[in-house]
Design a protein. Structure first.
Length: 266
């Protein structure tokens, strides 16, 4: 996605060197539609420059600082030298992330998605997140709940979540489920305790997985799983609920697994 407006003064932008002249470098802005800027020779590198081509080449991707914008003359003044290594690295990563998000939008809504639908969805996500990438990352970690305040239809949310969970690499994901445990026998409390221990893996949890089982309100218990990816988290969550069911049913009790609370937390 490219912005249709103009960059702000002081903003860091990603551009591609289009033409090199003795007096400076013309740069096409990768994030803005039909926008081109000029980095004067004095803004290409620090110190005296004998030959601009010693510092940049055609087709090179560079990060620039916007020095000035004159919309009336269609002129954008840029500086390459005013961007330090840390800023350059962060900006390039941000740009790469947004390019990924752009591809994910096509996966979610089709390569032939109309500009109108794309803009509507993108603007809705950007109203709640700093970037499209952040929106997809949140959807990968938290699912539809991450997008509950985004002005999108249920189908649009579902499409984003599905693509996010298949494509976004995140450090971890959290999933939550609930299990209702009942045991009518006289020592039912002890049997439920055993079932909860079974749900927690009896202390034997796979490496990289965090599993927490807590009391919500009789007969409801919360199971939280933290895992490196969504599929693993979902699998561990279902396994935990399954162990609780197997344990309680062995004593004549019952278990009912569900993903949402019956009542909101107080």
């Amino acid at each position: 996605m490219k912005y249709s407006g103009w960059p702000d003064k002081g903003e860091l932008v990603v551009g591609k060197v289009d033409d090199i002249a003795d007096f400076g470098v013309f740069i096409d802005l990768e994030e803005y539609e039909d926008k081109r800027g000029l980095a004067h020779i004095s803004e290409v590198a620090s110190g005296w420059i004998k030959n601009v081509r010693d510092h940049v080449r055609e087709g090179q991707v560079v990060v620039c600082k916007v020095l000035d914008v004159d919309e009336s003359s269609q002129q954008i003044d840029l500086s390459i030298k005013d961007v330090n290594d840390h800023q350059r690295s962060d900006k390039i990563q941000e740009w790469k992330n947004e390019r990924k998000a752009d591809k994910w939008m096509e996966l979610a809504f089709g390569e032939d998605v109309s500009d109108e639908q794309y803009s509507t969805v993108a603007n809705a996500v950007l109203a709640e997140f700093d970037s499209l990438y952040d929106g997809f990352e949140a959807a990968a970690i938290h699912g539809a709940a991450a997008l509950e305040d985004v002005d999108l239809s249920d189908d649009e949310v579902e499409s984003i979540v599905e693509v996010a969970r298949e494509n976004v690499s995140v450090p971890y994901v959290n999933v939550t489920g609930y299990v209702d445990l009942r045991c009518p026998t006289g020592d039912g409390v002890d049997h439920i305790r055993e079932a909860l221990q079974a749900a927690g893996g009896n202390g034997d949890v796979p490496e990289g997985i965090e599993l927490d089982v807590t009391y919500v309100g009789s007969p409801e218990y919360r199971i939280k799983v933290r895992a490196p990816d969504y599929k693993t988290a979902e699998s561990e969550l279902e396994n935990a609920a399954g162990r609780a069911r197997e344990a309680i049913e062995a004593y004549g009790g019952t278990a009912a697994y569900h993903r949402e609370r019956h009542e909101d937390d107080e």
